[in-house]
Design a protein around this ligand. Structure first.
Ligand code: SF4
Length: 196
């Protein structure tokens, strides 16, 4: 790989870093206001989005690339703050599931808007332009996933249930429906394993 700082690859990497920085700043300010850590905020949002079977310490550890000990510590802190509650799984009494309390749901509704600043700016661009960007980013995330840099992309492009039909039409074999170009992200039915 050539080491030329003006190369388009470096420009894209710097631009992505800048956007991540914006997200980090917004998240940090929100965390300060709510007296939570940034990861606790992300856990609350995750718990509000995914079904019971994905609300466990193991799922959180996989999703956020953290050790189970780190996740358990953050979960303990959220429980002490009265924002989540733990319940034992019927089939496996050793592990537990996690649910938001009423207070946790209220907090989550307040913090869920932390991405709005980015969304507001994205609204200013043309849909066709954004679709091209999304396809590019989806492929980039898939490439990182294929190389083991990220463990769980939760998007169609890396999902075992994706079938790409003639004309680059995306079809989900699990939900039996056609998907928008490039698929979706954050799907609760995501199953890792798509090759190629
Ligand atoms: S299960 Fe979800 S992530 Fe997988 S292809 Fe279907 S919609 Fe996409």
């Amino acid at each position: 790989m050539k080491d030329d700082r003006s190369d388009i690859d470096y420009k894209i990497a710097s631009a992505l870093e800048k956007i991540t920085q914006v997200e980090r700043t917004v998240l940090r300010d929100m965390a300060k206001r709510e007296n939570l850590s940034p990861i606790q905020i992300q856990f609350l949002i995750y718990l509000s989005k995914y079904p019971l079977q994905l609300r466990t310490v193991s799922s959180l550890a996989r999703e956020f690339d953290l050790s189970k000990a780190t996740v358990s510590e953050a979960i303990q802190a959220l429980e002490t703050k009265g924002l989540i509650t733990k319940f034992r799984e019927e089939e496996d009494r050793r592990s537990y599931g996690i649910a938001l309390t009423t207070e946790g749901k209220k907090t989550t509704r307040r913090i869920q808007n932390w991405e709005n600043i980015l969304i507001k700016h994205l609204h200013r661009f043309q849909p066709e332009e954004k679709e091209r960007v999304f396809l590019f980013l989806a492929e980039l995330i898939k490439s990182l996933y294929d190389d083991g840099v990220i463990s769980i992309p939760r998007m169609c492009i890396a999902c075992k249930n994706l079938e790409i039909r003639p004309g680059k039409k995306y079809y989900c074999t699990l939900t039996k429906r056609m998907l928008p170009e490039g698929g979706t992200v954050g799907c609760e039915h995501y199953t890792s394993g798509r090759a190629g």
